[in-house]
Design a protein around this ligand. Structure first.
Ligand SMILES: Cc1cc2nc3c(=O)[nH]c(=O)nc-3n(C[C@H](O)[C@H](O)[C@H](O)COP(=O)(O)O)c2cc1C
Length: 194
């Protein structure tokens, strides 16, 4: 069973890239679906077209990809077994859509399926500041069982670089997906104190 990674058009493409890289490094079957807006942000933030990274991922036998318009993809149906899904980064548009069952593209539909099938759904929302609609939508999703995992740095770990922060967030995602029981020691508060 694969883990689905939905990528949407919020800031933080680097989080999506590193999450997929980490899943593949662990030999986890990984299915990616990326919204059209995510492709724009990807190129803006990472300086490479999404398709260039996609071609590299496609060399890995554990990797699978569906277009955001492909509503006939297996992951659009609850009958297709999947282990869990993460949406990283999750735009406020996507948060609103999933919260209200609006499935305008495959990221939304796959997340909707996870909720109805009571499968693990991890959402990494990115926006600041947040208005009341954003907050209410996230509360709705949390009450439906989704894990809301904002990509916030752990300043107490004294990150030295963006890469340190990204590795911490990706580790958090891996635990939230139930692929690891606990964070690695380097990311635990108590270990920093000793
Ligand atoms: C460079 C760029 C950065 C963006 N950053 C954010 C963001 O951090 N959070 C957000 O909610 N929307 C952000 N947006 C707006 C979303 O891309 C837009 O709402 C889009 O409709 C989201 O569509 P999707 O949810 O289908 O990916 C950004 C757009 C661009 C072009």
């Amino acid at each position: 069973m694969s883990v689905i990674v939905g990528i949407t058009g919020a800031s933080g493409s680097v989080l999506a890239m590193n999450t997929v890289d980490e899943l593949l490094r662990r030999n986890v079957a990984t299915t990616v679906v990326c919204s059209n807006s995510a492709r724009l942000v990807w190129e803006d933030e990472l300086g490479v077209p999404f398709n260039e990274t996609l071609v590299e991922w496609q060399e890995n036998p554990n990797f699978n990809f569906y277009s955001a318009n492909d509503m006939r993809a297996p992951i659009a149906s609850g009958t297709h077994p999947t282990k869990a899904m993460v949406v990283v980064p999750a735009s406020m548009n996507t948060i609103a859509s999933i919260a209200h069952g609006i499935t305008s593209h495959l990221v939304h539909r796959a997340a909707d399926v996870c909720l109805k099938e009571r499968r693990r759904l991890v959402l990494v929302p990115r926006e600041t500041p947040l208005n009341s609609t954003h907050l209410e939508n996230m509360l709705t999703l949390s009450r439906m069982g989704a894990v809301i995992l904002p990509p916030e740095p752990a300043f107490y770990l004294k990150p030295q670089s963006v890469d340190d922060i990204v590795r911490f967030i990706v580790s958090r995602i891996i635990v939230a997906l139930d692929l690891d029981e606990a964070l690695p020691e380097e990311f635990r508060y108590e270990d920093k104190e000793s």
